[in-house]
Write a protein that binds this ligand. Structure first.
Ligand code: ASP
Length: 442
């Protein structure tokens, strides 16, 4: 059995956090491969080391002076020294910082700069645990276009891990064919963890963070929402697409293709079971719904034309108008003579009149009507397929809460129901849905 454990920035922000992580890793010999992030915030006013590195590099690439560079680097070094001293390690990063300073001056690149957060944290972690350190630039590979090279990486990394019992592999970065450092997008250590889990065919990919898993609903709207015990990849996709952010979306692909489950865990509450993310499960979710999530700030473009249903190509022409103006759409419910396109208001607002005139020119509709300030809510659950009356319960709960439903869209997978309401009703609607399924448990 082997487990890959990834720790996020808040789990590694200070020596005290490192000590918790040590206990977690040493408490289970199957936790063989460790993927650390850079130190995150120690409190709400603190800075993430990655952000400090980006700012430091921007300054030296711009008008920054050598004095400013030294001051910035000293501030970053202090974060690591505090950790090293707090752990009582005999270890110095003096030479590493000399190299980093030189490389910054020689313009090693923004990605190189950002990656040093993970790199240095990985060195400390390896020293502290007594594990081998594997520099991610040797095993995580990007192609010349800067795209992640999944197969080359898997070949190199799986070969390497065969000969290693325990290792620390820093998250977030790898290298291009010319040797330069390249990072994933922000939050990308989650992706590295998943890649390592695939390469060593781990039994589980544990992703340790500062929450005990995914919550059924947004805690800013619902007081103390329950944690989701098990969620499928598809359900998660439906929810993340509407705004949930615990795991980087691209972290799913490497483990999913190998059928390796992800377990989201809390470094500050290690005995909590967390959330399991799986391909498929016969385990019923505790409630009919697995989760409810949503987002404000949409607008709908309602297009009418008599006999629309018999006009071949009408829909394509309308969508072409959005495509030509570079606007992607979220949802597209339709009636016999109407179709409605939901788009992000902030993307659409500047191009609104161009889109309307393009639709007129291309599709010649009878009327076009725009409605702003709408919210979309996704009610997601694999349990909905086998339960009658889910939609009925949602809509009666919304009616009781005095929420007017503007749009309904049920995916053919019966995995989700999307509801459009006015922005002002968004929180009330989420509460009503959470109450009916989780609190009242209908
Ligand atoms: N340190 C990087 C960031 O702040 C990557 C990560 O933490 O996953 O985005």
């Amino acid at each position: 059995m082997s487990k890959v454990v990834k720790f996020g920035g808040s789990s590694l922000a200070s020596a005290d956090q490192f000590k918790k992580v040590y206990k977690i890793i040493k408490g289970d010999t199957e936790r063989r491969f460790v993927v650390p992030s850079a130190p995150g915030k120690r409190n709400s006013k603190d800075k993430k080391v990655t952000d400090m590195l980006y700012a430091c590099y921007a300054s030296i690439s711009g008008k920054g002076t050598a004095e400013k560079l030294d001051a910035d680097l000293a501030e970053i070094k202090a974060r690591y020294t505090e950790i090293i001293d707090g752990l009582g390690l005999k270890y110095s990063l003096e030479d590493e910082f000399k190299t980093i300073r030189e490389n910054f001056i020689n313009k090693a690149g923004r990605d190189y700069a950002a990656s040093r957060g993970e790199y240095l944290n990985g060195l400390i972690m390896a020293k502290y645990l007594g594990f081998e350190f594997i520099d991610a630039s040797e095993v995580i590979k990007f192609d010349a276009e800067g795209e992640f090279d999944a197969e080359l990486t898997n070949d190199i990394l799986s070969e390497k891990l065969k000969t290693v019992v325990n290792a620390v592999i820093p998250g977030f970065y790898g290298s291009l064919p010319n040797g330069k450092i390249k990072t994933f997008s922000r939050g990308g250590s989650d992706i590295t963890g998943s890649i390592v889990a695939r390469a060593c065919r781990a039994d589980v990919y544990e992703n340790w963070t500062d929450v005990s898993g995914f919550l059924i609903a947004d805690p800013r709207i619902i007081d103390n929402p329950e944690v989701i015990e098990t969620i499928t990849y598809k359900e998660l996709r439906e929810l993340s697409y509407m705004g949930a952010t615990v795991l980087h979306e691209d972290a799913i692909f490497p483990v999913r293709r190998e059928g390796i489950p992800i377990n989201i865990r809390n470094t500050n509450a290690p005995s909590d079971n967390g959330t399991w993310i799986v391909e498929s499960t016969c385990q019923k979710s505790k409630y009919t719904i697995t989760g409810v999530a949503g987002r404000k700030g949409f607008c709908s473009i309602n297009i009418e034309k008599d006999m629309m249903n018999s006009e071949v190509g009408f829909g394509r022409k309308v969508l072409q108008a959005f495509e030509d103006n570079g606007i992607s759409f979220e949802h597209m419910p339709s009636g016999i003579d109407t179709m409605t396109i939901f788009v992000h208001q902030d993307e659409f607002i500047d191009k609104e009149q161009q889109v309307v005139s393009t639709i007129h020119r291309m599709a010649n509709p009878d009327t076009i009507d725009i409605e702003a300030d709408l919210a979309l809510i996704a009610v997601v659950g694999r349990g909905m397929k086998s339960t009658r009356g889910t939609a009925g319960r949602i809509f009666s709960a919304l009616a009781h809460a005095n929420v007017n439903v503007k749009m309904i869209d049920q995916g053919s997978s019966e995995l989700n129901i999307i509801i459009g309401v006015e922005n002002k009703d968004f929180e009330t609607a989420i509460k009503a849905i959470y109450d009916i399924f989780v609190v009242v448990r209908l």
